[in-house]
Design a protein around this ligand. Sequence first.
Ligand SMILES: Cc1ncc(C[n+]2csc(CCOP(=O)(O)OP(=O)(O)O)c2C)c(N)n1
Length: 372
Amino acid sequence: MKAFELLRQIEEMGIEVIAGVPDSTLKQFCDGLQLYEGFRHYVTANEGAAVGLAVGTYLASGKPACIYMQNSGIGNAVNPLASLANGDVYGIPMLFIVGWRGEPGVKDEPQHVFQGKITCKLFETMEVPYAVVDAATTEAEMLAVLKEAKTHLDANRQFAMIVKKGTFEADKKFTWKNGNVLVREQVLGRLLEMVPKEACIVSTTGKISRELYEQSNRLFGNHDSIFMTVGGMGHASMIAFGIAQEKPEKKVICIDGDGAVLMHMGALAFIASHAPENYVHIVLNNQAHESVGAMPTDCGKTDFAALARAAGYAYAERITDEAGLARIQEGLSDRKGPVFYEIMVSLDSRADLSRPKETAKENRDGFMGAIK
Ligand SMILES: Cc1ncc(C[n+]2csc(CCOP(=O)(O)OP(=O)(O)O)c2C)c(N)n1
């Protein structure tokens, strides 16, 4: 089914606002959303924030909003959904469109397996009725699903559409450029060359970890000093903080994405307040969720270095070119932390980027052995 067709059907339900966080399973839907003109569309900092926005939309307009997300984001949405939107509290209607990674029986990455297994059960537990759709779902069947959804929304309940891989066809590919010149993968290679030998790295969810994995294997023949935050988007900086506190003699470097920092931005204030001297926070800012299709974050004007400075990091700098990259050497060695570098990067990435070959537990053990 064409994404535009679904969007047209949603518009006909009387929905005017769509908000969410992009997902690779929903890539064609997300591309369609960027080009379709029938909605006010927002990319929120996390999935719970989209629920909040939907609550406000309903309170002010009496119209439900639609929220889209990857199933990894259900956890972020549970709190406002269970404690606020549920019928035992305010009874706020909203339509969820959820990309189903880790569907049982379909091979996927380790971080998606358990979340995929419990996806339907989570909606059952939250008493949100749902329908599963896939590539075989016809337009008429989709219409019937939305008709069912509408009966729930009209009764001030929520409804979820759980979307299997390959459900939507692209209408037109959405592409944009951010004007930045540094290329993320090359920057990661440069950073690895500068990182002191005894330091360790915690890298964020998505292609940043995959590129670091490849670059580290290329340069050093292993990736043991890197902990890849393959799931739990937005939590890499707190994982790095936990390590930094346990290993004060070691430089701990968090390599983050702008979308991930936005997701749980309170970590910046927390890290700055606790001021670990051995902490280096590097954010690769491409103003987008590049790993899942490059949808803009909707917060493209944010100056992360200024934010870190205001939060109280000991040093913060925005870097836009090669000359700036060389200055990071000081932060990785002598500068007292917590230090923060925001590196502006383009939206380029390789189509043939590989994924970790080891199991997650093997990588955990390798990392724990390396930092012992
Ligand atoms: C809670 C949650 N929501 C959504 C996703 C899907 N997801 C994986 S990577 C990613 C984008 C990360 O963006 P950013 O941190 O800016 O890094 P970039 O991909 O741009 O390098 C998203 C949205 C996820 N893994 N977890």
